[in-house]
Design a protein around this ligand. Structure first.
Ligand code: BGC
Length: 767
């Protein structure tokens, strides 16, 4: 074993000092400080031992380029070069390596064969679960249940860590208002307040209290910044937004993640106001590292350093490496730009070595904090992997959050819940019998076919009395579905309609499961139509002709435009892509064993022409009017301005009333708002009470409504509870166009209710 002796001596001395020191310290704060100091010292001494090439190596990340336990790559090919780099200590991190076996094999090379034996950090896209798949993040966000979201991230971390992973490329905290953009499934929706709370919950869930615990992993806030605002909703497209949107809408969840202690950031593919995010000193150094004091490291997005060449910002890969390093991108994911060019750039005097040192320190610090220096195989225990991955407890929690993520959009004449007896139920739609699509996109370790389908879930309740007809295929997938694959959407085949119609005729209720296939949203899945794909709308209308008792279960990773369904279909359930436990969760909601409580985290438009559409818009000088005679107003000539379903909207099997909205000034800059919430229906239910403000006039125009508080509460029938919110400067202020935070005196409206379109309001004057 070729372990470096020098490194061990240095660390042993430092550990002794640390021990001596730590016995003197009593408070936790002091302990943390001494731990931090200790890590800093270790990092500094290690850095002093490193050659320039080894330092640059730490800034280089490769994808899992071969099967670690399989054949050795042929010499001369890409994999062989990367393998050589690994042995020379020119790789600091790897991604897409799965399972203890593989991780261990590669870690062994880094630890035992390189000169300094610095362990690798293994990154992976654990976006909504590792093997046990939770609802897609947009769906989880619909729960507004921060504890459940945190738990979901915590389980994902524990499961991934048991499989050897140290670091997830999550949470994605990009705010987006554009349902055409496929990656909305991966975020928390359109609102910066909700998005920030969810960012904190996810970061805390993944990282826990102690990063060195083998149950926690480092998180990564991505994609910094403004990736969710691509022009025309087209993936990777230009972003050109004003500073007001940047500071007030885009930045808050990233800032919140930083304050929650997120260890890493990922930059973004897009240009932001003509500068690639990856090459933006403003974003990475000025805002993130300087202003917000972020002391973790920034990884580039996949190949995004090299992509500055086609962007027209860098002349070639070498120039791209120079720009990225100067701008503050600490680690290069798969551009091969740093490993090839950075050492030369330093030697030529184009990049200061101190910048390289800073990046390496940041990377090594996270490795220390993960406990990788103490034990590089900390996350590599086969027995533990077997016991933990897929364990029942994770399945239970996945079911719990799946139920909480469902949003009831419509329920005319209480068609729902279904009756457990004397109701003849047909399930129609290929997605109702699909065991892969409910997993959604970004499933890298979960297995195709591992989700409970809607049909299976319902049959669990009613045995074989549930009947099924496919009606029409949504996509014609190959047997090996993978997120790198294009789906072939069925635009023509209606041959299954006749059977479906015949079945619908004989049934009391038809549960139609329609929507997008799980791989129709996600990265590189922008759509210009956001209606029901393929022939599904036609199928729905045909079935409706013979049976109007339809419960439409929507499965999708983005808001869909379903105006016809919304007008005609009596019951609509938004079931997103709910992961492994999908069918069980849907069945519990349809049969009323779980009373739905989800609220939309993103506005549902009437048509794609309204996109981008979002609740926190401004008024214009000619405000929205629906009086058709007045022509010169801010509206469309062929559609109303209002969305189909607004942000924050969602029904329950019970009803709620809001009364006694009261405002009390605690002091000049602290306002207390309270309201009485009553369950006015006949069953127990949960409600998300939302508080919005409107700063009526200010030195920069403020949105008509801004979410500034919410509370999820369960009430028994007839029970009333007073819900109180406190508004402080944090909620009442805003960022000016130059990025200063301001609180201005003036009149504010306060709105409280169960959706962003609530009208219950009051006002106060801020002095
Ligand atoms: C995505 C990132 C992801 C990375 C690694 C990129 O294409 O934009 O979000 O983490 O790939 O898989």
């Amino acid at each position: 074993m070729k372990k470096n002796i020098l490194i061990c001596i240095v660390f042993a001395c430092l550990s002794c000092n640390a021990q001596k020191n730590s016995t003197k310290q009593t408070s936790k704060k002091a302990d943390n400080y001494s731990h931090q100091l200790n890590v800093e010292k270790k990092v500094d001494s290690l850095l002093r031992l490193m050659t320039l090439e080894e330092k640059v190596g730490q800034m280089n990340q490769y994808t899992g380029f071969w099967d670690a336990t399989g054949p050795t790559p042929k010499s001369g090919d890409q994999a062989a070069i990367k393998y050589e780099h690994l042995k020379k200590g020119l790789v600091g991190s790897m991604l897409n390596v799965k399972g203890v076996n593989q991780v261990k094999a590669l870690q062994k090379i880094a630890v035992e064969e390189t000169r300094l034996g610095i362990p690798l950090i293994f990154g992976f896209d654990v976006i909504h679960g590792y093997k046990t798949i939770s609802p897609v993040p947009l769906a989880e966000s619909a729960s507004w249940d921060l504890e459940a979201i945190k738990k979901s991230a915590q389980n994902a971390a524990e499961e991934a860590a048991a499989a050897g992973i140290n670091w997830t490329f999550a949470p994605m905290v990009d705010i987006s208002r554009d349902a055409r953009w496929g990656r909305v499934m991966e975020g928390a929706g359109e609102d910066p307040y909700l998005g920030s709370k969810i960012a904190i919950a996810r970061v805390k869930g993944f990282q826990g209290e102690d990063l060195s615990s083998p149950k926690t992993i480092a998180a990564c806030a991505k994609h910094f910044a403004a990736y969710g605002f691509p022009e025309a909703g087209r993936e990777y497209n230009t972003v050109d937004i004003g500073t007001s949107t940047l500071y007030n809408i885009v930045f808050p969840p990233f800032k919140a993640a930083t304050e929650a202690g997120v260890k890493t950031f990922m930059n973004a593919f897009n240009i932001l106001n003509n500068i690639p995010a990856t090459g933006s000193k403003f974003l990475q150094r000025d805002i993130l590292k300087e202003e917000w004091g972020f002391n973790g490291f920034i990884v580039s997005d996949w190949g995004s350093i090299g992509e500055m060449v086609p962007h027209g910002y860098a002349e070639n890969n070498k120039h791209a490496a120079e720009l990225a390093a100067k701008a503050g991108s600490d680690m290069d994911m798969e551009s091969n730009a740093y490993v090839k060019e950075l050492a030369n750039l330093v030697k030529e005097g184009k990049v200061e070595e101190s910048l390289v040192d800073d990046a390496v320190k940041r990377i090594l610090t996270v490795k220390f904090e993960l406990g990788l220096f103490e034990d590089p195989y900390r996350y590599c225990n086969e027995k533990n992997e077997k016991q933990v991955v897929g364990k029942q407890e994770f399945q239970n929690d996945a079911l719990d959050i799946a139920k909480k993520s469902i949003v009831l959009l419509k329920n005319e004449n209480n068609l729902l819940p279904l009756k457990k007896e004397h109701q003849n139920i047909a399930v129609i739609g290929a997605l109702g019998n699909d065991k892969t699509s409910p997993l959604g996109n970004w499933v890298l370790a979960g297995e195709n076919g591992s989700a409970v389908s809607v049909l299976e879930g319902l049959k669990e309740y009613k045995g074989n009395s549930i009947t099924y007809a496919e009606g029409a295929k949504v996509a014609i997938p190959s047997s090996k579905l993978h997120f790198t694959q294009e789906l072939d959407i069925n635009e023509t085949d209606t041959s299954g309609f006749a059977d479906a119609i015949a079945l619908a005729k004989q049934s009391d209720i038809v549960v139609m499961v329609l929507g997008e296939h799980g791989l129709q949203s996600g990265e590189a899945r922008s759509r210009t139509n956001i209606d029901l794909p393929g022939v599904q709308q036609e199928l729905l209308e045909e079935v409706y002709k013979v049976n109007k008792n339809i419960v439409l279960v929507l499965t999708n990773g983005r808001p869909l435009a379903i105006p016809w369904a919304s007008e005609h279909i009596p019951a609509i359930v938004e079931a997103w892509q709910l992961g492994t436990q999908s069918g069980n969760a849907i069945a519990q909601v349809l049969y009323g064993d779980y009373n739905p409580s989800g609220k939309l985290p993103m506005t549902f438009p009437r048509g794609v022409g309204q996109v981008p559409i979002f609740y926190n818009n401004k008024n214009t000088g000619r405000p929205n009017v629906e009086v058709r005679e007045e022509v010169f107003k801010s509206r469309y000539i062929d559609e109303v301005n209002a969305p189909l379903y607004p942000f924050g909207y969602g029904l329950s099997y019970t009803t709620f009333s809001y009364k006694n909205l009261k405002i009390n000034k605690i002091n000049a800059r602290e306002i207390k708002v309270s309201v009485d919430l009553t369950n006015t229906g006949t069953v127990k239910g949960k409600e998300v009470t939302q508080l919005y403000i409107h700063d009526k006039f200010a030195s920069v125009v403020r949105p008509l409504k801004e979410l500034k508080g919410f509370e999820l509460i369960e009430l028994e029938p007839k029970q009333t509870q007073t819900i109180a919110f406190t508004l402080t400067e944090k909620e009442l202020g805003f960022y000016t166009n130059t990025g200063e935070f301001m609180v201005e005196p003036g009149t504010f409206n306060v709105f409280v209710g169960g959706s962003s379109n609530t009208t219950l309001s009051s006002e106060f004057i801020l002095e």
